[in-house]
Design a protein around this ligand. Structure first.
Ligand SMILES: Cc1cc2nc3c(=O)[nH]c(=O)nc-3n(C[C@H](O)[C@H](O)[C@H](O)COP(=O)(O)O)c2cc1C
Length: 277
């Protein structure tokens, strides 16, 4: 198969998934790379146009062991015509559980042909100076592995006449998929408490970067101290971008959950790749 273009369809509130997807794309080294960033709701209005010699990278962070609920309507509306796809789940050094399998199943339903899959590790969205979880990942080694993975995908594709001849990959995971227990708990708790990062007005300079980066428009651009708790994904894009460290999660149960998460996720995990020749 020829590979002219790689189209990366990518949801990435804090940017690590995008970095991994770009590195894989570089490794595939096509003539043309298109980044289709679907992080914001406003970016999910149109379908990617797929040509004959295209390959797609579908890349998402792992949320609660699953594909983020937020992008399911978009992903399940995708339509391919036996287009080869690389499935990428990026997780914060805890576990990827059923996320990659779920992404695989969505891709198959959309008539993509899964050519490869990878679960990569990145700094956890909730990592901080006080509670570091996989800080500064993806690091050099992760990036090199992502690029080498891309190069191996290129070889696999070049060795077949058409996508129909690709060796199918299987992805581990259970069916039905794991229940996102913490998400369900957060949804319930929201009727009583604001489980969302808040602005410390004494530190905030009203620069507006938090509202700008929010995937769902949960932070009011007119008054960035106001966050709509029902729209917030708790993705921490606002926390990570704030130059004054004015955005913080104050909810005590959430804070202690981060502390426990940090204690349990210290051992370095490595990317897991599913390719077959
Ligand atoms: C709501 C939410 C749920 C998450 N759930 C998991 C998880 O189940 N396992 C894990 O290892 N990391 C989890 N993470 C961490 C992210 O998967 C990880 O930090 C990822 O690199 C974020 O991608 P991004 O930089 O593209 O936003 C979660 C992060 C958030 C915000």
């Amino acid at each position: 198969m020829k590979i002219k273009s790689v189209r990366c369809v990518c949801f990435s509130p804090t940017g690590t998934t995008k970095t991994i997807a770009e590195s894989i794309a570089q490794g595939i080294s096509p003539e043309f790379i298109e980044m289709i960033d679907i992080t914001k709701r406003s970016q999910r209005n149109s379908q990617p146009l797929l040509g004959e010699d295209d390959i797609v990278i579908l890349a998402t962070p792992v949320y609660y062991g699953r594909v983020p609920e937020e992008i399911l309507p978009y992903l399940t509306s995708l339509k391919a015509t036996q287009t080869p796809v690389v499935l990428v789940a990026v997780y914060g050094n805890r576990a990827f559980e059923d996320a990659l399998k779920e992404l695989h199943d969505i891709a198959v339903d959309a008539e993509f042909i899964p050519a490869a899959g990878g679960a990569f590790v990145a700094e956890h969205s909730y990592s901080s100076k006080t509670y570091p979880i996989a800080p500064n990942r993806p690091d050099e080694s992760d990036i090199r592995k992502a690029q080498e993975f891309g190069a191996a995908i290129r070889k696999k594709l070049q060795n077949v006449e058409s996508s129909g001849h690709l060796t199918a990959i299987t992805i581990p995971g259970q069916s039905p998929y794991i229940e996102p227990v913490n998400l369900n708990m957060i949804k319930e708790a929201r009727s009583f408490v604001a489980v969302t990062p808040e602005t410390d007005a004494s530190k905030c300079t009203l620069c507006g970067q938090c509202a700008e980066v929010c995937p769902t428009g949960a932070i009011s651009p007119e008054d960035v101290t106001q966050t709509d708790r029902w729209q917030c994904l708790i993705c921490f894009a606002c926390v990570k971008i704030c130059p004054e460290e004015a955005r913080q999660m104050n909810e005590p149960n959430f804070q202690s959950a981060i502390q426990t998460l940090q204690q349990n996720c210290q051992d370095r995990k490595e990317p897991e790749l599913f390719l077959y020749k």
